[in-house]
Ligand binder design. Sequence first.
Ligand code: PLP
Length: 382
Amino acid sequence: MRLYLDAAATTPLLPEAAEAMRPWLEQEHGNPSSLHAEGRRAKLALDEARETVSNALGCMFGELHFTSSGTEAANLAIIGLALHNTDFARNRVILGAAEHHCVLHTRETLERLGYRVDLCAVNREGGVNPAALENLMAADVLLVSMMHANNELGTINPVALLADLAHSQGAIFHTDAVQTFPFDGGNMPETGADLLSVSAHKLYGPKGVGALAVKAGVKLKPVMVGGGQERELRAGTENVAGAVGFAEAVKWCQANPIAKATREAARDAFRRRLEQASPIVPQWTVMDSPMLGGHAHLRLPGISAETMLIRLDRMGVSASSGAACSSGSLEPSHVLLACGYSMEEAKEGLRFSFGKGISTSEAEKAAELVAEAAEEILKTRT
Ligand code: PLP
């Protein structure tokens, strides 16, 4: 049996979500924009899903826009705002240096549109220091984008405070909450964000559906043009089955807050066992900052993530480095580089992320396998 410890990359679809989606994949085929009975039923299903997701996010029904992914939501938030802006005195955008690439890679487009992009430094544990943001803030900033929790390290940012700093200079605040929704197995806390991006496949919903909450009064231009779907903000026929599955997964997470405690217990058991069994002292990346319950991020100095992950995969353990894979080899993690690690260290980051199905004994078993893999790697060197 394999041990899947990569819940931060994606989670399996809940049977309840699959069941709720089934009619919308197999029998119901209406287009929510059509006026006839089939279309109206699809529209109703979409609206019910919008109601559930917007309630959990603490936003209004009309503020929630379904997208094809968290990536699309973040792109729409950032590029859509930049495209709409006509106040050319606001020509600066601030992005966190450890953001997901769906935020960081908007930089090129922003610069082509004439914006200056500043990256806000993070501390050694990947968290944004409010003082660093305060230093960058001025009346020329259009937008600040800071993630709620870091996908590689699990560090949680004080987003409400960061939003206040952005607002104090009249800037708009976007947060990528893909890793935190639904927070603590329930609803989102108040983030203060004007724009907030989420994704279904991190919470046992389907892949290929996300959402952007846009606070009333914040104006965006669509990035994809076409029909007037999603209040004229996101053209394209809606993914009704996806939205229904997303909403069902949200309901399940709200009804099962225990899942968070289970994840945390598994993560803590993994950490304890690895401390005992590993031939190399594990260097935990996040020690002092608030962090997600299911994340463990570490380095085993001297062992590259690539070597470890390939070996673990063969042993039946699925984990990740959080870094992108290109041309068959792992790139150094841009997150660890932003935290101040060296190029070599940035290739050593290992992320184990615990979903709801992992027991503490399985987590301990995984730690023993990591220790065994480290022993074997060390042996091949002597
Ligand atoms: N933002 C963060 C923090 C993520 O972890 C991810 C997923 O890896 C994304 C955005 C992208 O979401 P999606 O896979 O739905 O495009």
